[in-house]
Design a protein around this ligand. Structure first.
Ligand SMILES: [Zn+2]
Ligand SMILES: [Zn+2]
Length: 271
C-alpha cells in the first residue's frame, strides 16, 4: 500500500533534483551532477580531526596524533568539506528566506541526506540516543528552530533510535565563534552546556551539529554528556571546515580528492 502511494505520488509530483530540477530517483535530494559539486571528505579521513593520513589506528579510526589526544569525543565525523556549494545549502537551511521561497524543502533534504551519510562513517556501535547541540533559549526564540535538532531528528528517524533535543541545555549565550582562534573558541564555550535532567544518560550517544570547525563547541557539549553518564560520544556533522583555513597550527594542507559518490545523490552507503 505504501509502495503504491509512493508510485502514485511520483506520478503526480515527479521527484526532482533540489538544485537543477532534473528528474531523480525517489529519496534522492540531488542529481548525480549536483551531488558531485559537493566536496566529499575522503573515506580515509581520520574520524576525529578529518585529516587524511596513511594509516588509521584502533577501532575508532583515528590518526596517530588524535590517538594520543585527550578528548570527550571518541570521534567526530562529517561527510563534506565546508567550502563551495555546501555553504549555500547550509545558509539556506539555517536562514530560510521569508515567503514561499523559505518553504523549499530542498535544503532540508540535502542536509538530512548528508548527515545520514556522515553517520555511516561513524566508528563504533550504533548509539541508544541522538542529541543535537542546543541553542541558547534566546537564540532559539530569535530563530524559531534549532537546525541541529532537525538534523538529529532526521538521523534518529533513519536509525530508529531515540532523539533527545532537550537532553542538553546551553546555559551561557556565547558570542559567535566565527573569526576566533582555536584557543579563543575554547574559552568562549567553556562551561556553556549542561545536561538538563539528573537522570543518567545512555552510554553511547551521537552528538549532532551542522558544521564542525575546530571542534570546541562539540567538545564542550560532549563533556556535559560525559558528566551525565555517557561513555562513548561521537560527533556527527554535515560539514567540516578544512583545516588549512580553520586551525592556526594547521599541519601542511592535504589535497582532497573531489569525491562524487554519496548519499545526497543516491542515499545509500557510499563507503
Ligand atoms: Zn541537479
Ligand atoms: Zn586525527
Amino acid at each position: 500500500m505504501r509502495a503504491f502511494l509512493g508510485d502514485l505520488l511520483d506520478l503526480l509530483l515527479p521527484p526532482a533534483c533540489g538544485r537543477c530540477r532534473a528528474p531523480v530517483p525517489r529519496a534522492a535530494a540531488l542529481c548525480a551532477r549536483c551531488d558531485a559539486a559537493l566536496s566529499r571528505l575522503p573515506a580515509s579521513a581520520c574520524r576525529r580531526c578529518g585529516e587524511a593520513p596513511a594509516r588509521l589506528h584502533s577501532r575508532w579510526l583515528r590518526c596517530a596524533p588524535c590517538e594520543g589526544r585527550e578528548s570527550a569525543l571518541l570521534a567526530c565525523v562529517a561527510s563534506v568539506a565546508f567550502e563551495g556549494e555546501i555553504e549555500r545549502w547550509i545558509h539556506r537551511f539555517k536562514y530560510p528566506s521569508p515567503g514561499p521561497a523559505g518553504l523549499d524543502p530542498a535544503p532540508g533534504a540535502v542536509l538530512a541526506a548528508l548527515i545520514r551519510e556522515a553517520a555511516r562513517r561513524a566508528p563504533g556501535a550504533e548509539p541508544a540516543l541522538v542529541v543535537p547541540v542546543p541553542l541558547h533559549p534566546r537564540r532559539l526564540r530569535e530563530r524559531g528552530f534549532n537546525p541541529a535538532a532537525q538534523l538529529a531528528r532526521a538521523l534518529a528517524r533513519e536509525h530508529g533510535i531515540r532523539c533527545a533535543p532537550a537532553a542538553l541545555e546551553r546555559i551561557r549565550d556565547t558570542p559567535s565563534q566565527t573569526g576566533l582562534s582555536r584557543r579563543a573558541r575554547r574559552r568562549n564555550v567553556a562551561g556553556a552546556f549542561r545536561a538538563r535532567s539528573a537522570r543518567r544518560l545512555p552510554a553511547r550517544i551521537w552528538l549532532v551539529d551542522d558544521v564542525v570547525t575546530t571542534g570546541s563547541t562539540l567538545e564542550e557539549a560532549a563533556r556535559a554528556l560525559r558528566r551525565a553518564g555517557a561513555r562513548e560520544v561521537v560527533g556527527i556533522c554535515v560539514a567540516r571546515t578544512p583545516r588549512r583555513s580553520a586551525a592556526p597550527f594547521s599541519s601542511p594542507s592535504t589535497r582532497r580528492p573531489r569525491g562524487s559518490r554519496g548519499a545526497a545523490a543516491r542515499d545509500r552507503p557510499a563507503s
